[in-house]
Write a protein that binds this ligand. Structure first.
Ligand code: AMP
Length: 400
């Protein structure tokens, strides 16, 4: 069974083709800057596939339809492809960011599901419309089952005291204002991997999972179920991120509008694109921040310290609600690759039973690795996330 996984963003299209029988990623690719003067497509056919190679082409893509047509040509082309025709694809799995309260589980896509995804656009105006474009084009091009997997679905097990905001209750009923949480596919994937590493059934384990990338979030997992997460109604809440502020005093928003004459769009852009690590030190990539610290940049050091401090505070909070912790799990770009962040996050948590082994922790981790010291009560795992594989597995499970 061959599953095509599509992650359609506002100006990008990520894709993977997976052969589920042999567990092979046949190809993986990305179209960027769709709708701009010049775009780019990159495709990497996996080593071991029939046509092992990398393709890179710069050209404009007027819209997602054109991008998807190009992708189909690349995936099926005589010189570039890994399958003979699009008919060889058995199913398509789509990442959808916001499922809201009407789409709680992985779902086969029909017209009704499309309308429900559309009804959630006000809650996720940047992502859901882009996800819908990908779905619409894929439904036209591939006459096979299409499945939607929602970033929010793993967090649907949160109890009301965790997902409600202390705002007038009618706003929840009228506008569905509540915590939803995101990165759910990643949190679920690494928690399942952690269960395997612990040799326990997923419903027996208590975890804190840390998805630390350009966007960052944490989840508190009790008996295998998410009971709280740092992101909120939108992915702006919680941890400080590359360019997003995370938690701030909400009164800062009207204050900024008054004092700086900012519009609501202006505040939105400031909090989403100019804040976080970038807001503090002008850089949002942790590699650049480490390099700047080595040169004595004090703002870069402050940004790193703030990032780590915020994570530690949430670990403390989540330990109070998960019960005895089995493992702390690091994943995503920073979590997998940045041994300094992992070391600093764990430093000082020894009294909580969390003791990292500095040698085991050293370096980037390309495969799941245990990095706790001998005798640490809590395991510390670094587990590379694989959202595309998780989406393909969900698709396969639903269809079979
Ligand atoms: P993601 O959003 O999961 O793709 O993560 C992207 C982020 O991971 C980048 O912005 C970097 O901050 C970080 N990152 C990637 N590779 C490394 C590395 N080798 N060391 C430190 N940070 C890294």
């Amino acid at each position: 069974m061959k599953i095509f996984v599509i992650n359609s963003g506002s100006s990008s299209l990520k894709y993977q083709l997976l052969d589920m029988d042999s567990s092979l990623v046949m190809t993986t690719g990305l179209v960027e800057r769709i709708g701009e003067a010049m775009g780019k497509v990159e495709q990497k056919n996996w080593p071991g596939s029939a046509r092992e190679q990398e393709i890179r082409e710069e050209r404009p893509f007027s819209d997602h339809r054109e991008a998807m047509m190009t992708v189909v040509e690349l995936v099926t082309g005589q010189d570039t492809g890994v399958i003979a025709s699009r008919d060889d694809i058995d199913a398509v799995g789509h990442r959808v960011v916001q499922g809201g309260e009407c789409l709680l589980h992985t779902t086969r896509i029909d017209d009704e599901v499309v309308e429900k995804i559309r009804s959630n656009c006000p809650l996720s105006p940047l992502h859901n419309p882009a996800n819908l474009v990908g779905i619409e084009v894929a439904r036209e091009l591939f006459a096979v089952p299409q499945v939607a997997i929602f970033d929010t679905q793993f967090h649907q097990t949160m109890p009301p005291e965790a997902f409600m905001y202390p705002l007038p209750y009618d706003l929840y009923k009228e506008l569905k204002i509540r915590r939803y949480g995101f990165h759910g596919t990643s949190h679920r994937y690494v928690s399942q991997q952690a269960a395997q590493m612990l040799n326990k059934s997923p419903d027996q384990i208590n975890l804190v999972t840390l998805h630390l990338g350009n966007g960052s979030s944490m989840a508190a997992i009790r008996h295998g179920q998410c009971i709280d997460t740092t992101m909120g109604m939108t992915p702006l809440a919680g941890l400080m991120m590359g360019t997003r502020c995370g938690d701030i005093d909400p009164a800062i928003i009207p204050f900024l509008m008054r004092e700086k004459g900012l519009s609501k769009e202006g505040v939105d852009a400031l909090l989403n694109k100019e804040s976080g690590l970038k807001g503090i030190c002008g850089m949002n990539d942790m590699r650049d921040i480490h390099a700047a610290i080595a040169q004595g940049d004090k703002r870069a050091a402050l940004a790193l310290n703030m990032f780590v401090y915020g994570i530690k505070k949430y670990i403390g909070a989540y330990l109070a609600i998960t019960g005895p912790l089995d493992a702390l799990v690091f994943t995503a770009g920073i979590g997998e690759n940045d041994d300094v962040v992992r070391r600093q996050v764990c430093s000082g948590l020894e009294h909580l039973g969390i003791v990292i082994d500095l040698d085991k922790n050293t370096g980037r981790k390309k495969i799941a690795t245990a990095v706790q010291a001998d005798g640490s009560q809590v395991a510390i795992f670094v587990i590379p996330t694989n959202e595309e594989l998780a989406i393909a597995q969900e698709t396969l499970t639903l269809l079979s």
